[in-house]
Write a protein that binds this ligand. Sequence first.
Ligand code: BGC
Length: 375
Amino acid sequence: MRRFITRSVALAAVAALSLTACSTRDGAEEPAAEDTGAAAETEVAAGFAADSLIGVALPSKTSENWVLAGDLFTNGLADAGFEADVQYAGASAPVADQQSQIQAMITKGAKVIIIGAADGGQLSTQVEAAREAGAIVIAYDRLILNTEAVDYYVAYDNFNVGELQGQALLDGMAAKGEGPYTIELFSGSSDDANSAVFFDGAMSVLQPAIDAGEVVVGSGQVEIMQTATAGWKAENAQSRMDSLITSTYSGDVELDGVLSPNDTLARAIITSVQGAGKTLPIVTGQDSEVESVKSIMAGEQYSTINKDTRTLVAAAIQMAVDLSKGVEPQVNDTESYDNGVKVVPAYLLPPQIVTKENAATSYENDPTLFPLTQE
Ligand code: BGC
C-alpha cells in the first residue's frame, strides 16, 4: 500500500523559465501557468529508501538525444545513490520491448519508472501495473497517453520548440530574399505524442503567413498525416522529399524552405535536395546533433534547437530524489499536457533556437558542440 501526503505546490519557479502565454495542446488559448498564480494540489508518496531501484525505459535510438540520455541516467542515478536499471527498446519491436522492460522493472521493485515512450499510446497496461505496485511513473520527453497512471511529465516545452522552428523558417527565408516563399512541411512519427505538438507549434507561426499568401506549401500537403515520418526514420523523410521533388519541384521550380521537426530528418531532406542538384532551401531541425551543428556551421542546415539532454536528465533525476524524500517534485505547468484522460503535471524546460549566428553562445557550456562552432 502506498501512503499519501497531500501538499500544495507553488508555481513560483515558472517565472525563471520565462514561459509566455501558451496554448493548450488542443489549440485553445490559455493563460500561461505563471499568470495564474495557482497552486497545484497533488498527491505524493511518502518517500522511499535512498538506494532504491529506479527504472528508466527509453525508446530505440532514433536520435542522438536518446543515446546521450542512457549514459546520463546510468551515471546520474548512481551518483544520486540509487540503483539504476536503464533499458532501450530495440529497433525491430520497440513497443513490445518497452512493454516487457517496464513489466520487469515493476517485478524488480522499482520505486520510480522514468519512461521515454516508444509509443505513448501503448503503455497504459504497464503504467497502470506500475501504479498498482506502488511505483511512480514519470513521462520523460514524450507524454504517455490515455491513462491516469502518469504522475509527472518532464520535457522541453514542445509547443515552443515548434514555434521556434516555424519562426526560424520564416526568418531564414526572409534573410535570403523577397517572398512569397514556397515551402514543404515534415512532421515526426505519429506514435510519438510530441510530433503533433511540434507541428501545431510550428503551424501557429506559419499558418498566418500561409493565410496571408506570403507562404505557399507547394505540394498542398498540409495535414499532419500527409507530412508524418514513420518511426522518425531518415530514409522515410528522404524518400518523401525525393517524391516531392519529382512531383512538384522538377526543373527550375524553386523550393525556399522546409520545416523539418528534427536534425536526423533535416539531414535526410538536405541529402535528397542535394541529390536532385537543386539549390538548398532553408531547413530547420532540432536536437543539436553533431552532424547538424557541423552542417549549420558549413551554411547548409539553417537551424536546430538546443535542448540540452544533460539538463533534462538532471531534472528527471531530481524528481526521483525529491520523491525518495517524500517531497513533491517541482512542476511549472499544470494546464498544457492533457493526455486524453488527465492533465499531467509537467516540469517544462525552455528550448533555444540555434543558427550559425548564435551557435557559439548557445553551446558555450557544451564541451562537444562548442569546439565545432570555432573555426
Ligand atoms: C524528441 C526529439 C527527437 C525525436 C526523435 C522526440 O520525441 O523530443 O528530440 O528528435 O523524438 O527521436
